[in-house]
Design a protein around this ligand. Structure first.
Ligand code: BG6
Length: 471
């Protein structure tokens, strides 16, 4: 819908930017940090590992000063669980506690609100070895008590908390659960059990947060994006609805309503994927839903029906990390209406407006955009210039749609592009850059790690200063 006039961003709108611990900190073996599943996973010889990353661990003051120069109102970062509890449980590592204490104090000193992700992919390896990690119910209490420690230590200064980053990705990417082997269907079955345990852990953590009387908001950071039917054929429309349930809504239905919809349960049953559930689990989730949603949005997907055949019987899945094609359900196809990034991620700003509206209509919670951005092969030119006008255009068009969604009635209270500075991309190392700030290193040449403001930094600075008027 078009409007004749529309409202500006709220004066308290939280303009931000984000990172995650393992993608920026480096110092993986320093000051008592324990190993995470990321540190031990098999290295891809073509890209860097995460051992040095953007060297943020040693450059906190410099990085926070740049955030202040940018004008950030909020900074989203994650805490490395294994800096606080090297074994995931048991002994506390005081040096790790002090690191985040310092970071948070630096942010507050510069009037930047900290937005803390409690756990962003870097699960303690020791918990995998102790009892199988998220596959065991023991993981629930370890996560809750780690979060409780963070609330008690930093809760006087941190008002916004994200429980688990992209749980749906964690449960589908075997290395992030600490799983080995290549039995795809068995890993999916285990993934749904891990998913259930994470939902119980999230609800218990929200309960603890509320019992401690922490003032603020808490909720998951989800990867959630509206899908489009590839055509107006009713079969494609139906497949797109099924895809929304299987890719996204099953999880939010658990977090917000403590329910497995009948249809999703049948989907699990027919595939032998049903998790074991204990009495009281679903009630607990229902009783302690999130008080905000963090949404990570990069692209949308077009969906068409994928009828089963003798060759591809019901349930056959293309062995992809994330659900892309499943016989009898749906298949992701190219959307010819959209341009894509160099990695094939289809750029769809209107898809963000649709995503926000869908979340609002189904779950009606305040929303903060915790990730949105464009990975690109940035080029550092003479004179320390990075002309990333493609990124400016990506962010501008998405921010316009956020404003429209707000006018549609969606309660969006903040926007954090991904990422504040160049991070090591999860699957593509340093060649796929996201930052507003360039980090002068390559995959295998660490150079000087100098911080260089990209053109997008200068543009976003004006956006923030004008509260979204000067796009
Ligand atoms: C999200 C993650 O899935 O996507 C980030 O929360 C990640 O950690 C981002 O960096 C982009 O993905 P990638 O694979 O390009 O780094």
């Amino acid at each position: 819908m078009e409007y004749k006039s529309y409202a500006s961003f709220d004066p308290n709108f939280l303009w931000g930017a984000g990172t995650s611990s393992f993608q920026v900190e480096g110092a993986v073996q320093e000051d008592g940090k324990g190993l995470s599943v990321i540190d031990v996973m098999q290295k891809n010889p073509d890209i860097t590992d995460f051992s040095v990353a953007s060297d943020h661990y040693n450059r906190v003051e410099e990085d926070v000063a740049l955030m202040a120069e940018l004008g950030l109102k909020v900074y989203r970062f994650s805490i490395a669980w294994t800096r606080i509890f090297p074994d995931g449980n048991g002994e506390v590592n005081e040096k790790g506690v002090a690191f985040y204490d310092h970071l948070i104090n630096e942010l507050i000193k510069h009037n930047i609100e900290p937005l803390v992700t409690i756990y962003h992919f870097d699960y303690p390896q020791s918990l995998v070895e102790q009892y199988g990690g998220w596959l065991s119910r023991k993981s629930i209490e370890d996560y809750r008590s780690y979060a409780e420690f963070l609330f008690k230590t930093y809760g006087d200064r941190v008002k916004y908390w994200l429980t688990i980053n992209e749980q749906d990705h964690v449960v589908r990417i075997p290395t992030r659960l600490g799983l080995t082997g290549d039995d795809h269907y068995e890993q999916l079955r285990l993934g749904y059990q891990a998913n259930h345990n994470m939902c119980v852990a999230t609800a218990l953590t929200i309960k603890t947060f509320q019992e401690l009387g922490i003032e603020g908001k808490i909720g998951p950071a989800i990867s959630y994006s509206m899908v489009h039917p590839a055509s107006s054929s009713p079969d494609d429309v139906l497949a797109s609805k099924d895809a929304m349930l299987i890719k996204h809504n099953y999880l939010m239905d658990l977090h917000c309503y403590g329910k497995y919809s009948l249809m999703f349960w049948r989907y699990l049953e027919e595939r032998n994927f049903t998790p074991s559930i204990e009495d009281g689990d679903l009630d607990l989730m229902k009783q302690y839903p999130p008080t905000m949603i963090g949404v990570n949005y990069y692209f949308s997907e077009a969906i068409r029906a994928f009828p089963s055949t003798e060759e591809y019987p019901i349930g056959y899945q293309k062995k992809a990390l994330l659900p892309e094609a499943e016989a009898g359900v749906f298949e992701v196809v190219n959307n010819e209406n959209l341009a894509a990034t160099d990695w094939g991620w289809e750029i769809d700003p209107v898809g963000l407006r649709l995503t926000l509206r869908e979340l609002h209509e189904r779950y009606n919670l305040p929303i903060i955009i915790t990730e949105n951005g464009m990975g690109a092969y940035d080029k550092l030119e003479e004179g320390d210039i990075v002309r990333d006008d493609y990124r400016i255009s990506y962010l501008r068009e998405h921010i316009k749609q956020v404003q429209l969604a707000i006018n549609d009635g969606v309660r969006v209270f903040g926007y954090c592009p991904w990422s504040f500075l160049d991070i090591v991309s999860g699957r593509n190392g340093m060649s796929k850059r996201y930052g507003l700030v360039y980090v002068n290193r390559e995959d295998f040449d660490l150079k000087d790690m100098r911080r260089i403001k990209k053109e997008s930094f200068k543009w976003y600075q004006k956006v923030i200063a004008s509260n979204g008027e000067d796009l």
